[in-house]
Design a protein around this ligand. Structure first.
Ligand code: PHE
Length: 470
């Protein structure tokens, strides 16, 4: 076990870094459009239930495993049991899958910083919509922006995640928060905003299906950065003095807060402009520019700040994804940081190019019937993260010694964790079957059956051959 591990600069540094990992495109880009596609408030309610009863507990578990072992995902799990190491490997694979499409959207955010001051925000709503579709289906531009985003990741992760990222997060996360509050107020006061408020606050369960539950669970894990070891890795840098459970609650609250705020910022405006809620992935890139375009000159300034903040939020998340892979290569494969980062970066660049082009020139794949972008997205979010979270719960509840966990969560008995028994019960008895049920129900309900089967086969192979991977 490594004893001299580098720690976060301060408590607030850790909270911001972990919240930085959690708060990202998942909250501002993904949450609103999933809500729009899944019928609004019923989806939000299910998502909140999953966050409270599953998400927080899994986050506490991940922090505990990371800090207890002082190792990143794979090494941490291996410390407890060779049999379960594949869960760490699954996490590394999830990081690759997510980093296969995340930088594409990160690149869109970067591009929109430039678009904001080159006239996008003076256009009509229709033109703003057309611009987005035209942009993402193009070949050259989105690929370049994706690569720029990826290079930023490479530079930050090559330096080690502390320093730079902690500083950037300290300034830009609060900026983003304030900006979202401002946009929400603006959006709520638009004429015709009422329908949007109803859409997100009045539950209508008539359209809820198994697929809705699976989408909500996937979103809960994705948004909280759970199920693939990012929080194990971050926890491994956490000092022995911190309260793990307390930090988990704070990070979750911030994450959910930003997601809800993003919803409140977007839906009233969307309805006020008479647009369809099921916009898909373009939602934030269309609605927000339209809101700003109606404000005149100052709107341009807000647009620029908003997309800078969005890009930084994306960056503080994507570096945590890349760090999972890099920490694995350093801790388990003995690679030097720089080499690990460059190698990882090249693979991610290739994946990103394919994902970006799948929005335009290369269409859906045969058999699987989805494009590369969607393939990475569905595999990670609907299969790997959920099952990963389930396995992490099983490892924590059934493999790790309960008293070790109690000591870890109470800092060797020096602080109280009153809900320890409740947490342990949830992790051991409730969360594994709950996730399994949602996964099974979802699989039978989802349209992309071929992708689901592919994902399950990969997980199965990993589980069976895991010993050979060690
Ligand atoms: N939570 C991040 C977001 O919402 C994405 C992420 C997922 C980051 C998993 C790390 C691990 O954008």
């Amino acid at each position: 076990m490594e004893k001299q591990r580098e720690n976060w600069g301060s408590r607030i540094g850790f909270v911001l870094a972990a919240a930085g990992s959690a708060v990202g495109l998942g909250n501002i880009w993904r949450f609103p459009y999933l809500t729009g596609e899944n019928g609004g408030s019923a989806f939000i309610l299910i998502y909140l239930v999953f966050v409270i009863f599953i998400g927080i507990s899994v986050m506490i578990a991940e922090f505990s495993l990371g800090r207890n072992t002082g190792l990143a995902a794979v090494g941490a799990i291996k410390t407890y049991s060779d049999r379960w190491t594949f869960v760490g490997i699954m996490g590394v694979l999830s990081a690759f899958l997510i980093m296969g499409f995340y930088p594409v959207v990160g690149g869109w955010a970067l591009a929109y910083i430039v678009e904001s001051f080159t006239g996008l925000l003076t256009e009509t709503p229709e033109a703003i919509e057309d611009t987005f579709v035209g942009f993402i289906t193009g070949s050259f531009q989105p690929v370049i922006w994706m690569l720029v985003f990826l290079v930023l990741n490479i530079v930050i992760v090559a330096k080690g995640i502390k320093g730079g990222i902690e500083k950037a997060a300290k300034v830009l996360m609060p900026t983003l928060f304030i900006l979202l509050i401002f946009i929400a107020i603006r959006s709520l006061t638009l004429e015709g905003a009422g329908a949007g408020i109803e859409f997100i606050f009045r539950p209508d369960f008539s359209e809820v299906t198994g697929a809705t539950f699976l989408a909500a669970l996937g979103q809960a894990f994705f948004s909280l950065s759970l199920g693939m070891g990012a929080m194990i890795t971050y926890g491994s840098y956490l000092s022995k003095k911190e309260t793990l459970a307390g930090n988990a609650v704070i990070v979750t609250a911030l994450d959910v807060g930003v997601a809800l705020l993003a919803g409140i910022a977007m839906f009233p405006a969307l309805f006020a402009f008479g647009m369809e809620p099921a916009q898909g992935p373009g939602l934030v890139f269309v609605v927000i520019p339209i809101v700003f375009s109606q404000m005149g000159g100052i709107g341009v300034l807000f647009g620029i700040i908003f997309f800078i903040a969005l890009a930084v939020a994306a960056l503080t998340s994507s570096v945590s994804l890349m760090e999972v892979v890099v920490a694995y290569l350093i801790d388990q494969r003995g690679m030097l940081r720089k080499k690990a980062v460059y190698g990882t970066g090249i693979v991610m660049a290739i994946m990103g190019v394919l994902a970006s082009l799948s929005m335009g020139v290369i269409g859906p794949m045969p058999v699987l019937q989805v494009g590369v972008f969607d393939l990475f997205d569905i595999l990670s979010d609907k299969i790997f993260l959920g099952l990963g979270g389930m396995f992490i719960a099983i490892i924590t509840g059934w493999v790790v010694n309960k008293e070790t966990l109690r000591a870890e969560l109470t800092n060797d008995g020096t602080i109280e964790f009153k809900l320890f028994e409740v947490w342990h019960f949830l992790i051991k008895w409730i969360i594994p079957p709950a996730v399994a049920i949602v996964a099974v129900v979802g699989i039978f309900d989802i349209e992309q059956t071929a992708v689901m089967i592919l994902g399950l086969v990969v997980v199965g192979l990993l589980a069976v051959f895991s010993r050979k991977l060690n």
